[in-house]
Design a protein. Sequence first.
Length: 329
Amino acid sequence: MMSKNKLHLKVPIYSVLLTMLASSLSLFTITAYAKEQKAWPKEITMGYQKSGSLIILKATVELEKRLEKFGVKVNWAEFQSGPPMLEALNAGKLDLGIVGETPPVIAQAAQGSSIVYVANEPSSPKGQGLLIDKESSIKDVSELKGKKVAVAKGSSSHYFLVQALAKSGLTLNDIQATYLAPAEAKAALVQGDVDAWAIWDYHYALAEIQAGARLLVDGTGIVDNNYFYISRRDFVNDYPNVLKEVLDEIDRTDKWEQANPISAAEAISKTSGVDAKVFERAFIRRSGYGVQSLTPAVIAAQQKLADTFFSLGLIPKAIVVKEAVWQPE
């Protein structure tokens, strides 16, 4: 009797366990499927400028080919400079963009910022130039005292100008800073409305070739001129797999550009309508290639920039750059 009772007790328990196991497996399958779906959005939007690797990546269509197998469509949005690009990113209109040193600091200092650094390219100081008109008699940065100097506000060249002036014993208060977008600044320099222009490549190369602008000083020994890949915290948390695929493809493009600067310049020229010689000159000046994680030294350099801008009243609050650096799991 005891054995039959035990047998009758075991059968229901076994059935219950099987049911529970089946339910658990079903839940696991649903959860795994949900995670898989979360890993691949239907589309992403990339922000680029007429400089850096993203414009080449757009021209080659390699990213579209790579993400097509995951069902991800790639959209592109062009910007003249970094600050408006990061405004669009913070508003959720972009998922990834490339900018110079200064825009991320300004974006991080803004209220409600969600931007994160996800990677950077090595420094390329020769890609920044303080230009003067071909007829100008100015021979030294110190001679800019009291003069009008154009620069895109909040751009990488804004910090370059601050540091170039400081090296000559001047500050922004010693000049008449004229905040203009690159296209307007180039026209102002040619027309004699400003005495000098702080600018980055490719605009720097364009002014040299098209307008005969002369270099007063470049970024060597003044700024690092790192380029950063910036995204939103929600995007990198939700789609780390997408981010990995994108950064891997950018790295491939970087290495191809480094080995084939003339071919890269021709590829961009076909899609942008800008003379390939302009991009060739910018690429030859470029010294940093390859996508890499932010090192302590790079973060420290960004912190110095942030502290400098806060001391000058160019950002509303002090920030800790490291807090905006993405730390993948």
